[in-house]
Design a protein around this ligand. Sequence first.
Ligand code: HEM
Length: 407
Amino acid sequence: MPLDIDPRAADFIADPYPALAAIRGVQPVFRSASLGGWVVTRHADCKALLKDPRLSADRMGPFFAHMPDERRARVARLEATVTRWAVFVDPPDHTRLRGLMNKAFSPRAIEGLGHLVARRVDALIDAFAGRRRIDFIRDFAYPLPATVIADLLGVPLADVDLLKRWSDDLGAFVLTARATPDKYERAEAAAREMETYFGDLVEARRAKPGDDAASWMIGAADRDARMSREELVATCVLLLFAGHETTTHLIGNGMWSLLTHPDEMAHLRANAGDSAFVEGAVEEMLRWDGPSLAQVRVARDRYEWQGVVFEPGDRIFLMLAAADRDPDMFADPDRFDLGRDPNPHLAFGFGIHFCVGAPLARLEARIAFPRLLERLPRIALAPQTLRWSDNLVVRGLHSLELDLDNG
Ligand code: HEM
């Protein structure tokens, strides 16, 4: 049987790591028939290709360009928005957009959010503290990042669920190739509504700047004549979109990993007051079962690489999840070890597109886990059937039922 992975197979979705390790051991760069592109699984190779200027991050432009005209016209707003997202743009435009985002996400700006994150964490725990059963995703891992990114962008909390719905509709288009009924129409409608919403937000902040990331970015964009209004609005949409689902899955997958490794859970409880230990623990959660299985690049030109030939337009799936369990890079890679050091994982990517929100995601997880363990002395899994997301870019649980009193 030819070597391949089937990202739709139930056992791959539940636990993709054995299949990825088997491929890495046999053929670390191969052409996948099921994905219609190259699959790269070694850490050193993923890192090298994430820095290779012969590859483009623009995987949306070619997709729209290949659409029949009539269908393309029906998703015009969607195209205008996502093709301006820094994550899909190459230099020199990427450099401008990245500079704008860096204004809002400097490590210092994010550190200053610590009190706010701690307040949100406590309020969420207060809301379910008396209950025995919770859905950890619905009750904690989703609302924490969603409300923090709303605070950061200066969006009213009352609108968080609305923004989540728009984000989900965009995600069905951006994150998966699977055909679902009306996915184009819904993503287009979401893009239009978000354009109006964030367009109004930009105008309001321009008239009356606040102390929020949106105001800093708008101020910076207005001083920089090269930044268009469309780019500014698209960047707000990207930050909202990229900022919550991934962090939800860091917290959700992290809790799942702790519950399935009771010794490590005990280890974290015993060291919850040690900030260096907690920082390392969060890095190991990112490496072990991080929120992104793969990132995609597109070859610009024909060139030979590691004995294979990339043709222009070829898609290359960089399997971050496989790279982060590569025995050439990590000692005992199939062990979840919260004390692991060093831990040069690729969960936030590498190179010029390295996640701009990494300091924020880390801050949230570093505050959330010690508070959760301190305030919930007994956390156990409740009986349930787990459902993992079934796409390669994002990996996470739809729900995680916990029993908070198993004593
Ligand atoms: C644990 C949570 C997160 C993970 C695992 C994650 C993962 C990633 C990865 C792998 C990339 C690189 C994509 C590529 O190379 O094509 C990326 C880029 C990006 N992330 Fe995150 N992310 C997380 C949280 C966040 C947050 C909280 C935000 C914003 C508030 C954010 C905003 C972005 C943006 C804007 C980019 C594009 C950067 C660029 O192209 O220069 N992410 N993220």
